[in-house]
Write a protein that binds this ligand. Structure first.
Ligand SMILES: [Zn+2]
Length: 202
């Protein structure tokens, strides 16, 4: 029988090992700034920092530089910018983060694939409506958004599980990019088949 003291030592070693392996898997340090330093911008920043601790966003963090800006449209480039929407809804806030990071996946890793990827998506889903609310108003970027929204859904499944992830994507389908989210929800296999051809993934 090991002595009580030795057992305690063993348990401490195990605890330290577990803690450090958890640290390794965690979200890299995010550099989050607020545009105007407004209290609600600070709140959104704190929400993102909390989510980055609560969830392992490592895989879903291509750029670590984040701006919080009241009244901005969420966008990815040149600086990933998030507005104050979804302060009261962590799942939607997480999905906004994953969505904008999804744009970075295409920009950082698939710049050379993009022309062919666009053609493939257009061929697979011809005549998708692209006017605002259905798409984003622009042909090419509406088609790229099929890839981005698929990445967003995959990220959410990984982070919060399939049920909550589907809820988020269905909510978004009713809110904006309706045709794009409908395509992703209704024809997931075809979307993933196109993305797989180019190795588009997290
Ligand atoms: Zn987008």
């Amino acid at each position: 029988m090991p002595k009580r003291k030795d057992m305690k030592k063993v348990l401490i070693v195990i605890a330290v090992a577990l803690a450090s392996s958890r640290t390794l898997a965690q979200t890299p340090k995010l550099n989050i700034k607020t545009r105007h330093g407004l209290p609600m911008e600070e709140q959104r920043k704190e929400q993102m920092e909390r989510l980055a601790r609560q969830y392992d966003l490592k895989k879903f963090t291509i750029t670590r530089d984040i701006m919080i800006e009241r009244g901005a449209m969420n966008h990815s480039y040149p600086l990933l910018t998030l507005n104050l929407r979804f302060l009261d809804n962590d799942d939607l806030a997480l999905s906004a983060y994953a969505h904008e990071q999804g744009h970075w996946v295409l920009m950082e890793r698939h710049r050379a694939d993009n022309p062919a990827l666009f053609q493939d998506l257009q061929r697979a889903f011809p005549n998708m409506e692209i006017q605002v609310l259905q798409g984003d108003g622009e042909l090419r970027s509406s088609y790229f958004h099929i890839a981005v929204c698929m990445l967003e859904w995959q990220a959410m499944e990984d982070l919060v599980g399939p049920e909550r992830a589907r809820k988020v994507i269905e909510w978004k389908q009713g809110d904006h990019y309706k045709s794009i989210y409908s395509t992703v929800l209704g024809r997931r296999e075809q979307v993933e088949a196109v993305l797989n051809r180019y190795g588009v993934k997290w």
